[in-house]
Design a protein around this ligand. Structure first.
Ligand code: X2X
Length: 342
């Protein structure tokens, strides 16, 4: 009897001691997921985040970026679920890839809803941005900051595209998130869902005619002029990236480290966003780069954009219901405010 009481006391002491000593016993490596490769502002920001977090936490938190979708075994729309489960610790994840799990994130893919970076900033920095972070946190991922892939533009190997008729019969690779299939069908194209890794080989083999992605973050780093001669700028959808961490993992960090990581995250997303917009905002440098590499660049006028916008109106209406009409209304208000301030 006496012996077992002693044993229990000892056990309590050992467990108590272990939990203080090992409270900082973090994982030796935290895995960070990125769908694209290391080149360009998206990939570069992963390396920078890892480096700065290591410095700011005196080496306690050691993040390793895994590029080109290595962590989600081929299915980029699984990234959010894998974070929720703690299989992926950190990610710089496109809202598109997370939107099949978090339907509110389809807000950014509503066709022709955002027309400028100012609109986007107003929404991200306002109540909608906060609400979206609350929603993802409830589902298991803590949002540390808004980064950016960019406005998505069209490229293809067949012809210049300026009106819906030009899309007729074009086989376009889109992400495996259902809103994109709806949008491109409505515009008259033939969309096929494919993961980014497979898409790169499909372009090489010529099994698809084109795709849609931002200029600075994806078209240039992947030298898409080698496979697609024609580019259309129409800003039909915006693609924010969320710098996030699995909530399961976040909850294991002590407050000092959480504060350090949050601070680094803000610095890195600000730097990354500037990079993603360089040569696109108030400049023609990004398009000049494409032209110098042999691409034919078609920049749609507001009237030309309106024709596509009208075509996609039923898709817009359908997806407003998926996103949540209240959230869309809140975003509309933020956008109007931003326009008045212009
Ligand atoms: O797959 C794409 O097109 C990409 C790289 O932009 C995303 O991850 C959404």
């Amino acid at each position: 009897m006496k012996k077992s009481a002693l044993f229990i006391i000892l056990l309590i002491l050992v467990v108590g001691f272990a939990s203080t000593v090992f409270s900082e016993n973090y994982k030796p490596e935290y895995k960070m997921s990125i769908v694209v490769g290391p080149a360009g502002p998206w990939g570069e920001s992963a390396a920078r985040f890892a480096e700065e977090v290591k410095k700011a936490t005196d080496g306690r938190i050691n993040i390793k970026p895994y590029y080109s979708g290595q962590l989600f075994a081929g299915k980029q729309t699984n990234e959010f679920l894998l974070m929720k489960q703690g299989v992926i610790d950190f990610a710089l994840g496109s809202t598109i890839n997370w939107s099949p799990t978090v339907k509110e994130l389809n807000l950014f893919a509503l066709p022709f809803f955002f027309s400028s970076y100012k609109d986007l900033d107003a929404v991200e920095n306002g109540e909608v941005g906060k609400q979206l972070f609350r929603i993802i946190e409830e589902k298991g991922v803590v949002g540390l900051g808004w980064a950016e892939n960019g406005f998505r533009e069209l490229t293809n190997s067949k012809r210049s595209v300026a009106k819906p008729d030009d899309l007729e019969g074009l086989k376009l690779r889109v992400v495996g998130s259902p809103i994109f299939v709806d949008i491109f069908k409505a515009m008259g194209a033939n969309p096929v869902s494919m993961n980014w890794g497979e898409a790169l080989s499909a372009f090489q083999q010529g099994t698809v005619d084109g795709q849609e992605n931002p200029v600075i973050s994806v078209i240039i780093p992947n030298k898409l002029w080698q496979v697609n001669k024609y580019m259309t700028s129409w800003n039909y959808a915006i693609d924010p990236i969320i710098l996030g961490v699995s909530k399961m993992v976040w909850d294991t960090f002590d407050q000092k480290d959480k504060d350090a990581i949050s601070k680094v995250a803000q610095e890195v997303v600000t730097w990354q966003k500037n990079g993603a917009r360089e040569g696109l905002e108030g400049s023609t440098a990004a398009f000049d780069n494409l032209r110098n590499n042999g691409m034919e660049v078609t920049i749609l006028t507001p009237d030309q954009i309106k024709v596509f916008k009208d075509k996609t109106k039923p898709v817009f209406d359908k997806w407003v219901n998926e996103v949540g009409p209240e959230l869309v209304k809140m975003a509309e208000k933020d956008i109007q405010k931003a326009m008045q301030a212009k």
